[in-house]
Design a protein around this ligand. Structure first.
Ligand SMILES: Nc1nc2c(ncn2[C@@H]2O[C@H](COP(=O)(O)OP(=O)(O)O)[C@@H](O)[C@H]2O)c(=O)[nH]1
Ligand SMILES: [Mg+2]
Length: 194
């Protein structure tokens, strides 16, 4: 099964995107596989609303380890399955908590195993530091796309052209993880990569 990784800074909307994109693909419930660094992998089953309530949050670093869901993506007459992995947000500084530092290390390790990388950015934050590192790496890979999130909020749409220039030749999809804007285009990209 192909692996798709959702990556980006804390609070950019990775978890909300993962849950709502799964819903967009017709998933009624989510079987989330938690893969903590120290401890055995375990699975929890959520309703979509339950996953949003439990996993998405305002506070930084709510996602403390890799969290994967299996999605079914129609392609022609068949259905392809893809493991979509939500990850711990990356930062430029050394995080004070060793749990978060380890979780970030897991995120980096997952990059090399991913066939597809969905890099979430907030267009008003600009692409610097760790975002620029991911972008430079991603641009050399076919299955890489930038998801310019939170376009439902003011100021984001104005920054898409600039972001597209920076990401060339990789695609930039303006999305709202909250409202589902741009999900069709992301689905098309994922389908082409499977
Ligand atoms: N307005 C708006 N808020 C969003 C969007 N995506 C995420 N958020 C909010 O941003 C916060 C962080 O989201 P979360 O998915 O937990 O971010 P993560 O740390 O990248 O996993 C939550 O309060 C979300 O509701 C979006 O597209 N639009
Ligand atoms: Mg998260």
């Amino acid at each position: 099964m192909k692996e798709a990784l959702v990556i980006g800074r804390p609070n950019v909307g990775k978890t909300l995107f993962t849950v709502n994109f799964a819903e967009h693909l017709g998933q009624k419930r989510l079987e989330v596989m938690f893969r903590p660094r120290d401890g055995a992998t375990y699975t929890r089953v959520y309703s979509i609303a339950g996953a949003r309530a439990d996993l998405v949050g305002e506070g930084l670093h709510r996602t403390l380890g890799l969290q994967s869901v299996v999605l079914r993506v129609p392609k022609g007459k068949s259905v392809r399955r893809v493991v979509l992995t939500d990850s711990t947000g990356l930062i430029d500084d050394v995080h004070p908590s060793s749990v978060v530092r380890r979780a970030m290390a897991d995120t980096i390790r997952a990059v090399s195993e991913a066939h597809l990388i969905l890099h979430l950015v907030d267009p008003v934050e600009g692409v610097t530091g760790v975002d620029l590192d991911i972008l430079r790496y991603g641009k050399t890979h076919d299955g890489y796309a930038v998801l310019a999130n939170k376009v439902d909020l003011p100021g984001r749409a104005d920054r898409i052209a600039e972001l597209s220039r920076l990401a060339t030749p990789s695609p930039v999809f303006p999305v709202s993880a909250l409202r589902g804007t741009g999900f069709r285009e992301v689905r098309g990209f994922v389908r082409r990569c499977l």
